[in-house]
Design a binder for this molecule. Structure first.
Ligand code: AHG
Ligand code: MN
Ligand code: MN
Length: 304
């Protein structure tokens, strides 16, 4: 019987295989939209579905994976069919049988396909149930000029890049400084609250530089690699719970940011203390260096 660390290692190795397949897939893909939309109401690109189907097949083929759910799917799927999502969203203690479930965004930022900007894939590995407290490892792949992977466990961060012969070599894991220089503000400004707008303006007044592509993975990766800053996707008039989804995007990226020395909050609370009532539930989110997150918390507290 394999221990949990060996199972996580097997899954991480599978993410590397997935990254090789998807980076090749992206080279040959068109920007063709399908007539279908996913559970969040986003129109799907053909490549969203291709990436999703491939990842499902690869992950469910692993003996150590009990089930998966994806931004592009309505349900949690196991090797034997659909699982009860109400049951698996309930908090359950760590330990016991230690079943592993994976939630993923197969292609993050796919609306940037046509403009040929960097895209990503995001994965959260949950033990026993899909609750933030049960997230025990996370990873993202960035498909840019190079394909790179970040893996985080509860004790360590790993950073690797793909070579031209499709192997992976290790790089020094990035670390967030206490304070950075980048401001990546998401959402439609017209619909921001006064509090949010004033806060974002105050960062620019303080000398922060705007860096925003519209892809969560590349935007967060840039902040991480450049040593710090703030990424925000707030509650807005048109999206009161933000846009980014808890299980597939916000929880795993928050886990990685905390492991890199940063913080992630929803405006008040630590993201990884939040509950999740439904698979596709979104949340406002703010990820960054400690100083920016503290300043944001203060600004939001003072101006409710
Ligand atoms: P996805 O392509 O998986 O639907 O995610 C896109 C997300 C995220 O990458 C990005 O930060 C955000 O959507 C941008 O949203 P807006 O275009 O609404 O600003
Ligand atoms: Mn996404
Ligand atoms: Mn996606």
């Amino acid at each position: 019987m394999l221990n949990i660390d060996s199972k996580i290692q097997i899954i991480f190795n599978e993410f590397k295989k997935i990254s090789i397949h998807i980076s090749e897939l992206l080279k040959d893909s068109s920007n063709e939209y399908l007539k279908s939309s996913n559970s969040s109401g986003d129109t799907q690109l053909a490549v969203d579905v291709l990436a999703d189907t491939y990842i499902e097949k690869q992950l469910l083929a692993l003996e150590c994976v009990a089930g998966i759910c994806s931004e592009e799917k309505a349900d949690i799927i196991s090797k034997n069919g659909i699982l009860d999502s109400k049951d698996l969203l309930k908090k359950s203690p760590l330990g016991g049988e230690r079943k592993l479930y994976i939630a993923y965004d197969p292609l993050d930022g796919s609306s940037l396909m046509d403009s040929n900007l960097a895209l990503g894939s995001i994965f959260g590995i949950y033990e026993n149930s899909f609750s933030a407290q049960n997230l025990i490892a996370a990873s993202y792949i960035i498909y840019g000029p190079r394909t790179e992977i970040i893996f985080a466990t509860q004790n360590a961060l790993f950073y690797q890049k793909q070579t031209s012969n499709q192997e992976y070599i290790s790089l020094t894991p990035p670390k967030l400084g206490k304070k950075g220089k980048i401001n990546a503000p998401g959402g439609t400004q017209k619909y921001w609250s006064k509090t949010h707008k004033n806060f974002i303006d105050s960062l620019f007044t303080d000398g922060y530089r705007l860096r925003y592509s519209g892809g969560m993975v590349p935007d967060l990766h840039q902040i991480l690699i450049k040593g710090g800053g703030l990424f925000s996707y707030p509650a807005t008039e048109d999206a009161p719970s933000g846009k980014l989804r808890r299980l597939f995007e916000v929880f795993p990226m928050s886990f990685i940011y905390e492991q890199a020395g940063g913080e992630a909050i929803d405006g008040r609370e630590r993201i990884l203390n939040l509950e999740c009532d439904s698979l596709h539930q979104s949340t406002p989110c703010f990820l960054g260096s400690k100083q920016e997150i503290n300043a944001l918390k203060q600004a939001y507290k003072e101006n409710k």
